[in-house]
Each structure stands twice: as C-alpha cells, then as structure tokens.
Design a protein around this ligand. Structure first.
Ligand SMILES: Nc1ncnc2c1ncn2[C@@H]1O[C@H](COP(=O)(O)OP(=O)(O)OP(=O)(O)O)[C@@H](O)[C@H]1O
Ligand SMILES: [Mg+2]
Length: 608
C-alpha cells in the first residue's frame, strides 16, 4: 500500500496542467460525431438563453411602454417556438453527454481490462491490486465525465458569457463597459481562491486514498493484525488519518463557503452598478434595463463555473496520465506480429494453424533474472525433458523451482538463451498455443467466484457429467464435493475462499485434468492436503501423467519417488540429478534430505 501511495504522489507531482488531454484523442476520436452534435446543440441552447432576455426587452419596451398589443400573436408564436427549440436542443445535448460519458467509460474500462489481461506477471508484481483497481474504475470515470459533462458545460457557459457581453456592448456600450469593469475583479478574486481550492481538494484526495489503503489492509490483514496484537496501533493510525481528513474537509468547506459568499457579493455589485448607472434608462426603456439586470446576473455563473472547470481539468490530468500509462504499458512477454499473424491472439486465435504439441521441453543455456530483481536466478541453465517423461524438482525454498516452471509456461522469458518447445524456440509460437497445452496446478490455487461445476468447466467447457466426476474421482475430490451442501452446484465464494486451501487444490487439480493437457505442471499441488489424501492423489498422479510431460515440484520427497528424473536445484543450478535410487546411491544432498524426512515421518507415525 505504501508503494501505491508513493507512486500516486510521484504521479501527481509529475503531471503538468492540460498536458494529458491530447493523449486522450485516440480514445475519443470515434465519438467526434456525437460530440460535434452535442456542441452544436449546446450552442443552440445557449442561443435560446441569450435571446429570451431580448424578447423580454421587446415585450417590456413595446407592449408595456407603448400600451399596444399589435404584434402579440406573432410574438407568442415566436416565444413558444423558441422555448420548444431550446427544450429540444438541450435535450439532445444532455442525451449526447450522458451517452458519451457511459460509452467512454465502457470503452476505457474494457480496453484497460483487455490490456491488463495481456500484461505479464511482472506488472502485477510491481503494482498493488488496489492501485490497478482504481486505474480501471475511478480514473476512467473521471475521464468519462470530463469528456462529456465538462465539455458540455464549457460550451454552455463560455458561449453564454461571450454572447451576453457582445449583446450588452451592442445595445448600450457605456453601461456594458461599466458592468464589465467588474470582470477583472472577479478573475482576481477567483484566481486567489482557485489555488487554495485545488490544493485543499488534492490533500483530501490523498488522504482519502490513504484511508482506503488502511481500510484495505485492516480487512485483508485482519488475522495477522489480531495475532500480532496491533489492533490498538492500527486503530490509532486510522484515527489520525480520519482526524486529518476531518480537519482538511472543514477547511475546504470553509473555503467553498467563502467563495460562494464572494460570488454573491460580486453579483450584487454588478446589479448595483446597473441600478446606479443604468437606472435612468428605466424611465425610457424599461425593457433594456431589465435585460441588463438579467445578463449582469447571468454572467456570474459562467465565471464561477470556469474557475471550477479549470481546477477540475487540472486534477483530472493525473487520472489521464495514469490511465494512459497503464494502456501504454507494453507487456514483457509479447507475441511478435509474425506470430500473431499466423497463430492469432487471445481474442481471436487461429487454431487451424496450430501445430499439435508433443511436449518436448529444452532449456538451452538459459540465464534468467526477474524484471525487477537484480540477481540472476538461473545462469547458463541446460536441461532436456523428452516428451512423456516425468520430472520432479526438489530444492530449498527460493532455489528457483517455480522460476523454472514460469519459464516453461512462458510467464517470463529467458534473459539470455532459449526455452525450446518441441524443438523450436517458444517465442516462435503464440503464448495461447502453449498455454492451451499446459495444465497447471499452482502452489496458491485460485478458483473463480461461481460454483464448483463452473470452475471445473473452465478446464473444458464441453466436459460431460461423467467426465467431471471421473476427474474428481481421480484426485479423490469426489467425496469432498459430495459432502458439500449443493454438490457440484455449491458456491465457492470469491477466489474460492469458502473452501479450504486443500479443497481448492483438489478442485484446481481436477480442473487441470479435465483440460487433458500435454504438459502438466504441479507446483506443490498437494502441499495443503492431508497425508492420506496426498497418498490417494499420488496414485492419481501416476495415472494422470502417463503419456504426458510432467513437471512436479514437491517438498515431500516420498511423493516423487517414481519420477523418471529427479532434479535437485540449489541457487538456480542443478546440483544432483537422476532417479530416486541413483540419488540415494550418490549419498549427497538428496540422500540427506530424504533420510531426514523419512525419519521424521517414521517418528511421527510411531507417535501417532
Ligand atoms: N516475481 C519475482 N520477482 C523477483 N524475484 C522473484 C520473483 N519470484 C521469485 N523471485 C526470486 O527468485 C528466486 C527463486 O524463486 P522461486 O519462486 O523460483 O523459488 P522456489 O524454489 O519455487 O521456492 P518455494 O519452494 O518457496 O516455492 C527467489 O530468490 C525469489 O526471491
Ligand atoms: Mg515455488
């Protein structure tokens, strides 16, 4: 969370007023027709607002002063027509603004979402979930309203301001000049307020994101907080943040109040000028007098609005910058245009061009460093895995086991060297081609919200009821599912959190099996199930891996005894390799590890 905050602060500092808007052009180009209609209708609406005082002027000057009603029928028709016209154009403008807002939001959100799907794992390592979430939701929202409402309002207000000034000047330049004298005063006052308001709003937003962050941590870390007994400290931190928020909120409210007050005073001042200097016209031309009153008062709202809009546009720069940066982030792992041309991309794969995959894997002089890490995890690593063979990888925590698997799956690409799949560099074919042939059960299993059945069908949408149960049976998950209240239709909760980690692992294992993959990767797939279930899964694994290439990472060595090849990895290097028996004979690291675990297990079974 800290990291996300720092990032946000940095971004706010980096942003320059009005710099971001041109970057939006590619995203709003397709709305130019709607926006043009919106602007034209908006101008029409302002036109009506400007004409009405003129009509009033005529009515007062003509009918009231001269006491005649000669042109009244025509006047009424004209008046009604203008009002109707105004209603129609304002309706269209408003409708266009609404629809633009909704469509821009939808477009930006879906392009952000699509883009996030394409980004590599490293992006998610470097950016907090809360940070990404607010890029997709709140930044897009603010941009949507900027493009629709702020634009619409600026058309309305600016054209009204300009129009009313022109009309006043044409009708009575001297009086208009006097009313306009007040404008510089207004601009001065407002610019004084504006800086303060922007600063106050920014502080409030920063505090807000800190509070949301604290809140998030309070919820997601509830257990840890309890066990560390730091509730009091967390509570204090939270209180200090909310206290500061209250202070800043009151300050901002005061500023806004003062601002409104100044506005009213200025508006009264403008009216006073009209009364004082223009009162004499009322004798001869009451209509002109009333018109001036209307315009002088009407001028205030646009001026106030412009101040607001400027601060709005300035603050939205940050949102634009952040969102365009997200959309502009190039994934670390990316298919080349030639590959996409032949194999298609995630959203329209050209399966007809996909070669069937056999499952040969080869590391050829691979050196690898994580994009944000400074040390090499693998250096000049070589390994050949013929198709159909089962490989087990053991080693200490942090040895690089999951990293090997990440490279096979092309979640990351080698910094140097190549990973070959079926004899060709993995980069020569699409990620989707490879991923659709891999079944992966993770160390940290993830299920999607929905039912057990829905989750299993992600593995193979066409699986029949029998196939589902067969897969569940294979991993000994059938009884677990039968036990659940609604069987296959039980809800698993967000991320599968209604199930235990072991249950999640079993179901994601069954899901991988349903996909019938050529390459099966089990990264600590049985770490969270009890020994008995593990034994059952063990025999299942033997069945499942027959005829497939499999990579199994396990801490409990008893589970990998039958692998064709066991690799002992230390600091990203293979220090021992061979079958279980070979390795025991070598009496090296594996031997020591195995005998120690074996003793532990023997002791615990005796004690039990
Ligand atoms: N996304 C990442 N970014 C930077 N460094 C990473 C990343 N993932 C792993 N590392 C580093 O790479 C090294 C190897 O990690 P890896 O996850 O491959 O270990 P492992 O053998 O799977 O360990 P475990 O048994 O705990 O799962 C570690 O030093 C780790 O800190
Ligand atoms: Mg690991």
């Amino acid at each position: 969370m800290e990291a996300a905050m720092n990032m946000e602060e940095k971004e706010q500092k980096a942003s320059l007023p009005f710099f971001g808007i041109p970057r939006l052009i590619p995203y709003i180009r397709k709305y130019r027709k709607t926006l043009l209609i919106m602007i034209i209708c908006g101008l029409g609406g302002t036109g009506v607002d400007l004409v009405l005082p003129l009509l009033q002027r005529y009515a007062l000057n003509h009918y009231v002063a001269f006491r005649t009603l000669d042109t009244l029928p025509f006047y009424i028709v004209l008046y009604v027509a203008i009002i109707l016209f105004g209603a129609v154009v304002n309706y269209i403008a408003t409708l266009d603004a609404w629809s633009t807002e909704v469509r821009v939001n939808r477009d930006l959100r879906s392009s952000a979402f699509d883009h996030l799907q394409k980004l590599s794992f490293s992006y998610y390592n470097q950016n907090a979930v809360g940070y990404i979430h607010s890029r997709v939701m709140s930044d897009t929202g603010r941009i949507g309203s900027l493009i629709s409402w702020t634009l619409m309002d600026s058309v309305w207000h600016l054209s009204y301001l300009v129009g009313s000034i022109v009309i006043m000047l044409v009708i009575n330049a001297r009086l208009a000049g006097m009313v306009l004298l007040i404008l510089p005063l207004l601009v001065l006052l407002f610019s004084l307020f504006q800086g303060k308001l922007i600063r106050a709003n920014r502080q409030i937003r920063e505090l807000n994101s800190r509070i949301t962050g604290d809140f998030n941590e309070g919820i997601t870390g509830a257990k840890t907080i309890k066990t560390l007994v730091i509730e009091e400290k967390m509570g204090r931190d939270f209180l200090s943040a909310t206290g500061e928020m209250r202070q800043k909120g009151v300050h901002a409210a005061r500023l806004r109040g003062l601002f409104a007050l100044t506005m009213n005073l200025a508006s009264s001042l403008a009216l006073a000028i009209v009364l004082w200097k223009g009162g004499y016209i009322a004798e001869s031309e009451v209509g002109t007098f009333s018109m001036f009153m209307t315009y002088a008062q009407g001028m205030m709202e646009p001026v106030r609005w412009i101040v607001d809009a400027i601060s709005d546009v300035i603050t939205t720069q940050v949102n634009i910058e952040r969102l365009t940066r997200l959309l502009g982030t190039v994934p670390d792992v990316k298919d080349t245009p030639e590959v996409i041309e032949k194999y298609g991309d995630s959203f329209n794969p050209k399966k007809e061009n996909w070669e069937p995959i056999r499952g040969d894997i080869e590391f050829k002089d691979v050196s690898f460093r994580y994009p944000d890490g400074d040390e090499y995890v693998l250096e000049h690593f070589n390994l050949k895995i013929p198709f159909g063979s089962s490989i087990a990888i053991v080693g200490e925590t942090g040895a690089g086991k999951s990293t090997l698997v990440n490279l096979v799956c092309r979640f990351f690409e080698p910094t140097e060297g190549q990973v070959l799949i079926d004899g060709r560099d993995a980069r020569e074919r699409s990620q989707l081609w490879l991923h659709s042939a891999i079944g992966y059960v993770l160390q940290t299993p993830h299920l999607f919200s929905g039912t057990v059945r829905e989750n299993l069908l992600y593995g193979n949408p066409n699986a029949t009821e029998e196939q589902i149960w067969a897969a569940l049976k294979l991993v000994s998950a059938d009884t677990v599912v039968q036990w659940m209240k609604n069987g296959l239709d039980s809800d698993v909760g967000e991320g599968g959190d209604l199930l235990s980690t072991g249950e999640k692992q079993l179901i994601s294992f069954a899901r991988a099996i349903l996909a019938d993959p050529r390459i099966l990767v089990l990264d600590e797939a049985t770490a969270s199930v009890d020994t008995l279930t593990e034994q059952k899964i063990q025999s299942a694994i033997e069945t499942v891996i027959a005829g497939r290439t499999s990579l199994v990472i396990a801490h409990r060595l008893s589970t990998i005894r039958n692998a064709d090849l066991i690799l002992v990895v230390q600091d990203g290097k293979i220090v021992e390799q061979g079958t279980h028996l070979d390795l025991l004979k070598q009496k090296g690291y594996y031997y020591r590890l195995y005998t120690r675990q074996y003793e532990d297990e023997a002791t615990s079974s005796v004690l039990a």
